[in-house]
Design a protein around this ligand. Structure first.
Ligand SMILES: [Zn+2]
Length: 91
């Protein structure tokens, strides 16, 4: 039997600068249609407003006689975890 030594290392979680910026989309829970990809230059509030405008248009314009009232919004964030001290080579 081998013994292992563990230690606690503080870590921070933050945006991964090597990945695309956050992206907001909405999906109609009735038919599965998806809003267009948000403009990545918009901040999150503007992206949410853009997705909500699509939801309203999808309900009123695309399915005026239907009942497409329910949506799921997702925001994709790309995060990275950074140890605050050297944790050695990967196992
Ligand atoms: Zn729909």
């Amino acid at each position: 039997m081998t013994r292992s030594h563990y230690r606690f290392v503080a870590m921070t979680v933050d945006m991964d600068p090597s990945q695309p910026p956050p992206l907001t989309r909405a999906v109609c829970r009735t038919c599965g249609d998806r809003s267009p990809e948000a403009d990545p230059t918009y901040d999150l509030d503007a992206q949410c407003a853009q997705a909500q405008r699509w939801c309203s248009a999808h309900t009123a314009r695309d399915h005026p006689g239907g009942r497409h009232f329910d949506y799921t919004a997702t925001i994709t964030w790309h995060w990275t975890v950074t140890p605050e001290e050297d944790i050695g080579p990967s196992a």
